[in-house]
Design a protein. Structure first.
Length: 76
């Protein structure tokens, strides 16, 4: 992947985190992805699992939090 492609993917991922869009979840999160979450016996899986994580974070005083690319986390 080129640096520009990486930046585009990161921007889409930030949009996904900020909007919890099911469409973006399907586009960006593999159905095979496994997420281990504290206080849960079984891992969460796939796009639905990541959306559940976003819901958990928003339920724990993260509701007003949003992320941006104002300070890039990727190198040129």
């Amino acid at each position: 992947m080129t640096a520009e492609t990486n930046k585009l993917v990161m921007r889409r991922f930030l949009e996904f985190i900020n909007t919890a869009s099911e469409k973006l979840a399907q586009e960006l999160i593999s159905a095979d992805a496994i997420f281990h979450v504290p206080r849960r016996r079984e891992p969460l899986r796939g796009p639905t699992g990541y959306l559940a994580i976003i819901g958990m974070m928003r339920g724990e005083n993260f509701a007003r939090r949003s992320f941006s690319t104002a300070t890039p986390v990727f190198a040129n």
